[in-house]
Write a protein that binds this ligand. Structure first.
Ligand code: ZN
Length: 261
């Protein structure tokens, strides 16, 4: 086939049988310009977000009261969580903040794993042992458990961050990085003008606990954030508005970003 014949063949959708200069379909193409990778600071990172409680836990008392391993002792599978005086549930607050945080971290390039997939009155769990082990196998880079507190103490308000204690053989391996993550979470929340808890011993917004299965069973750096006291009217205003929840999520995303830098 000549060059003209080959051109006709191509126009007709047929494969030309002979090479013909620039018309040859298998001709080498010039190299593509190098693709400039978009800066994704959390690319390759995996983060577990644990939205505390399940909305339907109160409908399944038998299931959530069943004892499960919690780090050298047993504890009930889960609790119902708290709610604002107006009835806005902690489970829904934790769920919404977690979804916002997930979106922010994914935008930064991270892979995000949630410990529960829905916020539903028809579901319960997972239990604290599963929440505690979540991310261990992957292994994920860190885990944040999102909660709201329910203190009836007069005037009690503000956030606090709970990290595991230095306790072998459970949390001695994650104590130091978890404390660092806790400090970053505290600094980031303060930067967003979220007040520090005025009702937790120490008064610095940090609490170290050895009684929480969610922290004890983790092999990856982890903290539990009590972002506010849902029984306090000022905290509840923050926790029940999209603006408030956006501030919590932005603060936690900043902490993650700096922690993994
Ligand atoms: Zn909680």
């Amino acid at each position: 086939m000549g060059c003209v014949a080959a051109l006709v063949a191509i126009l007709l959708g047929l494969a030309p049988s002979a090479a013909c200069g620039g018309l040859e379909t298998g001709a080498e193409r010039p190299p593509r310009p190098a693709v400039v990778a978009k800066a994704e600071p959390l690319a390759g990172r995996t983060i577990v977000i644990d939205p505390g409680h399940q909305l339907g836990n109160h409908n399944f008392p038998e299931e959530i009261n069943k004892p499960v391993p919690a780090g050298g002792f047993t504890k009930p599978c889960n609790t119902t969580g708290t709610a604002t005086s107006g009835g806005y549930p902690e489970a829904t607050f934790a769920w919404r903040v977690s979804l916002r945080l997930k979106a922010k971290l994914e935008k930064l390039g991270a892979r995000v794993v949630l410990t529960r997939k829905v916020n539903s009155e028809k579901r319960w769990g997972p239990c604290v042992d599963r929440r505690g082990r979540a991310g261990n196998k992957i292994p994920a880079d860190l885990k944040i458990s999102v909660h709201g507190d329910g203190s009836y103490a007069a005037g009690a308000r503000g956030f606090h961050v709970i990290a595991p204690t230095d306790r072998a053989p459970w949390t001695d391996d994650i104590f130091a990085p978890s404390r660092r993550l806790a400090r970053l979470a505290r600094a980031s929340l303060l930067k967003k003008d979220v007040p520090v808890a005025n009702y937790i011993a120490g008064g610095d917004g940090l609490d170290f606990r050895s009684d929480l299965g969610t922290l004890n069973l983790s092999d990856i750096p982890t903290v539990m954030v009590e972002l506010g006291n849902m029984k306090n009217a000022a905290d509840a205003r923050l926790m029940t508005t999209p603006k408030g929840r956006a501030a919590y999520a932005a603060a936690l995303a900043r902490a993650v970003r700096i922690f993994l830098r």
